[in-house]
Design a protein around this ligand. Sequence first.
Ligand code: FE2
Length: 184
Amino acid sequence: MEVCSIKSFYIKSKVDEHKKIKKHLLKLIGDYKVSKNTDDYKNISKINYAPDSSLQQLANENYLTYLWPYIQDKIGEVAKYLKIENLFISNAWFQQYRKNDTHDWHSHFNCLINCVYFLELPDPKYATQIKTYDGKVIQPKVKEGDLLFLLTPNRHRSPINKSGKRKTIIAFNMNMIKTQDIPR
Ligand SMILES: [Fe+2]
């Protein structure tokens, strides 16, 4: 096989109303009863990730329904840029990192792109890092309130949170859906 290099990218956007919605979103996440964390996520203080959330389950998550109006247009802009029709959120979850928490290198599955909303980011150096295919580590220039969109094959990690302050993110996987399959 022959590997030919092409340029890749990440997309940065932001939640315009971040300051207005942050407190309420953190309360909804704080009140959220997480049933169990698997060993895969033992270095993340609070996470409600489930690999097989249904669209109906996502639609019932109150932190997501609250956030949706504030990110809908931003996701639409990304879909337009990428020329993707019928982009939809196929999974979503939150993660809270306290001191020394981390999420090691990984990529997502069953989606075209994924997104991180930095709801609490004590320092930009604790934002998601991306690893290129030639092994270079990239630190995207993002701050609290930003949205970071990554193409799915990109490996990324959350570096160790060395600060005494909590980091909170809401993550989304997004995919295309056939028009006839859109829930009515
Ligand atoms: Fe991730």
